[in-house]
Design a protein around this ligand. Sequence first.
Ligand code: DAH
Length: 339
Amino acid sequence: MTLAELEQKKAESLEAIAAAADAAAVEALRVAYVGRNGSIPALIKGMKDVPKEDRPAFGKAVQAWRAEVEAALAAKGGGSAGEKAVEADLTLPGRWFGLGSKHPLSRVIEESAAIFARLGFTVADGPELETRFNNFTALNTPPHHPSQDRTDTFWFGEDCLLRTQTSPVQIRTMMANKPPVRVICPGRTFRRDTTDATHSANFHQIEGLYVDRLPQKPVSLADLKSVLAYFAKAMMGDGVTVRFRPHFFPFTEPSVEVDFTCHVCKGKGCNVCKQSGWIEVAGAGMVDPRVFRHVGYDPEKVSGYAFGFGVERIAMIKYGIPDIRWLYENDVRFLSQLG
Ligand code: DAH
């Protein structure tokens, strides 16, 4: 084809597009000129047969033709993909993009906040970057305690760290408020743990704290147990309750570890609870007088309890998730199952 012939074809094509009466005609012309087997792609394929010295001018002319045809098609409501003509057909079924769903960790946090709200707890917040005082010292954790070690904690200099627990929010809350205080504090926490099926360097906790005035409103370990028993049922279902085992935490005295009845076997013993009937979920205890002194409360005039549990742990047992890493990979096949 000579350049003159090409100009002739171009004029014809633009005329035909301008004259097209409806979307179907526009689409037919699109296919004829710029479709995969249309005349313009055929010319481009045939370029190798054009004498070498004519090729640049010829190539330019073909590209210009293509651009003008595309513009003319678009002006008629068509398009290089013919998409617009298809979209204009309102009888076609819609496209389904799928619904998002709430992440299991968000579910556990929101559900916990709702359950504790019924018992009068509000939600308190604190920063992820903490001071040594709030994360350790005020919580009665001495400098030689292993949790302060460089191998356990992400430190930024002498006094600044990524909080290893949500317990520093207890300190912030008490320093900012007079008793009574009744809060839960959900949040992100960080430890230098090697990641495996049950550990992650970044995980979540929910802290709880209730402190009230003496002698009018003494707070006891029995109060703590009843609140956690209520939470266990509301979160895991009827038939689930709590037991306390003696333990040690620097910031509580006495301290306990808290188990829930295994929600799978309801206490009979199964693989999930390693035949014990119980699953460990939290640490708790009565706030240590030294902690009260650090925040300026008089331990003779107040008493209170505190607890802290792992959000991942609750989510894993509630939803039967065997590997903590699944919670961070954002694989839609996993996330969509709670839809
Ligand atoms: N901070 C503890 C931990 O990360 C959990 C904990 C235990 C929180 C006892 C408390 C408590 O408030 O009283 O292991």
